[in-house]
Design a protein around this ligand. Structure first.
Ligand code: SN0
Length: 385
C-alpha cells in the first residue's frame, strides 16, 4: 500500500477485518517488518488518539517513530506557490516535504480543513503536496476531507459488536464479560475465550445491522472529515457481499454484517455526494433512530453542498439545536443501540453524560481500535516498501 486516504485503498473489507483480527491476536508478531524503518508523523493540528495510537502501532511493528508538531517549534510553513514570503512564514512546504521525507520511510499527515475555500479543502491541497513531493507512502491522519484511520477503527468496532454476535449482547450469554471489558476500558478481543467459537456460525445471518450517523450540536465550526469517511466506509461495507455461512474459513471469522446505513442531520448539513453516496438521508432524527443498532454521533459544519456560500459555517445558534443532543429520549426508540463517537466529545452538547457513560457506550473500545486500524495500515505499507 502506497496511499491510505479512501476506503478503496484498503481493498476488500473482509480481508482487512481478518487482518485486524490477526493483529489483535498477536500485535507483536511482525517486529521484523519495521526494523530500521522510520515513521514520521506530522501534525498541523491537535491530536490525542491519532498521535498515541499511531505511535503505538508503529512501535508494535518494530519501527522507529518521529513525531513533528509543525506549530510547536518547527518553522512556520508557507503552503502556496507565488507568495512573497515577507510575513511570519519562514519555510516553504515545497522544501520542507522532501527534507522531511529524507529522514523517514513512511509519512502520516494531519491537516484539518481550513474553511478558507471549499475548493482548496476538497482538493486536498496540503496532503496532495505530500503525496506528490515526498516520494514516500503517505497515510492520512485526518485531512481536510477524510479521517480513514478512524473509519476503519469504527468498522472493526461495529463488526465486533454486531447484535447477532452473542458475546456482544449483554442480555445474552457472555454479555456480562463484554460489559466488564467495556468498563475496564478494554477492546473486546476478536478471538479467544470471549469471541472464538460463536463467530463462524453467524456468517449466514442476514438481518441488516442498522447504523445511524447523526449530526449533533457544537459551538464551533468542525470539519466534515469524520462523517465523510464514516459514510464512505459504511457505504462500502453495505455494498460488500457477506460470505455465505461456513464459506469464510478461519481467516474471516470477524464477519462483516449486512448494513443498513442512515444519515440524519438538520437541513443544510448535507454531506458531499462523493461520501454520502446513496445512503438514506432522514431529516427527522427520532425517525432515523427507530430500530437502530448503532448510533454514531458527530458534529460537522456546513459542507456547502446545497449553498456553497455557507461552506464551513455553523448554520444556527447551537442553543436552538439542543434537541439534537443524543440522550435517553432518542436512545429509547432504538434497538438498544450501541453509542459511538470518535472523541474528543463535548458532553451535553453532542451526547448526555448518561448515554456516554452508559453500558451501551462503545467510545473506549472504539478508541482502542485506533491502534489496530493504524497497525494494519502501517503493516501493509511496510510490506510494500
Ligand atoms: C476534530 C474534528 O474533525 O471534528 C477531530 C476529531 C477526531 N474535532 C475537533 O476539532 C474538536 C474541537 C473542539 O473544540 O471540540
Amino acid at each position: 500500500m502506497k496511499l491510505f486516504q479512501h476506503v478503496q485503498d484498503i481493498g476488500d473489507l473482509r480481508v482487512a477485518l481478518a487482518e485486524a483480527q490477526q493483529v489483535k491476536r498477536d500485535r507483536y508478531q511482525w517486529q521484523h517488518l519495521g526494523r530500521n524503518k522510520t515513521a514520521l508523523l506530522i501534525f498541523f493540528n491537535n491530536s490525542l488518539r491519532t498521535r498515541l495510537s499511531t505511535q503505538k502501532a508503529a512501535m508494535n511493528l518494530g519501527m522507529n517513530v518521529i513525531v513533528l508538531d509543525v506549530n510547536q517549534g518547527a518553522w512556520k510553513l508557507e503552503t502556496e506557490r507565488g507568495v512573497v514570503m515577507d510575513g511570519d512564514k519562514s519555510e516553504h512546504l515545497l522544501e520542507a516535504i522532501p527534507v522531511m521525507a529524507s529522514y523517514c520511510d513512511i509519512i502520516g499527515v494531519r491537516s484539518f480543513a481550513r474553511f478558507e475555500s471549499r475548493q482548496d479543502d476538497y482538493e486536498e491541497r496540503i496532503l496532495n503536496q505530500f503525496i506528490r513531493y515526498s516520494g514516500r507512502p503517505v497515510f492520512f491522519m485526518e485531512s481536510a476531507t477524510v479521517h480513514p484511520l478512524q473509519a476503519f477503527a469504527d468498522l472493526i468496532t461495529i463488526a465486533e459488536n454486531r447484535p447477532d454476535r452473542p458475546t456482544s449482547n449483554p442480555s445474552r450469554e457472555g454479555g456480562e464479560k463484554l460489559r466488564a471489558a467495556n468498563e475496564r476500558s478494554e477492546a473486546l478481543p476478536l478471538t479467544g475465550e470471549r469471541g472464538e467459537g460463536h463467530l463462524s456460525s453467524l456468517c449466514g445471518k442476514e438481518r441488516p445491522v442498522k447504523v445511524v450517523l447523526t449530526w449533533a450540536p457544537h459551538p464551533k465550526a468542525l470539519p466534515q472529515a469524520v462523517p465523510n469517511s464514516f459514510a464512505e466506509w459504511m457505504n462500502a461495507a453495505a455494498a460488500t457481499v457477506t460470505p455465505p455461512q461456513g464459506g469464510a474459513g478461519g481467516e474471516l471469522d470477524l464477519a462483516l454484517p449486512p448494513i443498513d446505513f442512515v444519515v440524519t442531520h438538520p437541513e443544510g448539513y448535507e454531506l458531499d455526494l462523493q461520501f454520502v453516496g446513496n445512503a438514506r438521508v432522514e431529516y427527522d432524527q427520532m425517525k432515523a433512530f427507530e430500530g437502530a443498532d448503532f448510533i454514531y454521533a458527530k458534529n460537522w459544519s456546513c459542507p456547502g453542498v446545497t449553498r456553497p456560500e455557507d461552506y464551513g459555517k455553523v448554520l444556527h445558534d447551537y442553543h436552538t439545536m439542543m434537541d439534537w443532543c443524543v440522550g435517553a429520549r432518542q436512545m429509547a426508540v432504538t434497538n438498544d443501540a450501541r453509542f459511538m463517537h470518535c472523541l474528543p466529545v463535548r458532553r451535553n452538547m453532542i451526547v448526555t453524560d448518561d448515554v456516554i457513560e452508559g453500558p451501551r457506550s462503545l467510545v473506549i473500545p472504539e478508541a482502542a481500535n485506533r491502534e489496530i486500524s493504524a497497525q494494519v495500515v502501517l503493516k501493509r505499507m511496510l510490506e510494500a516498501l
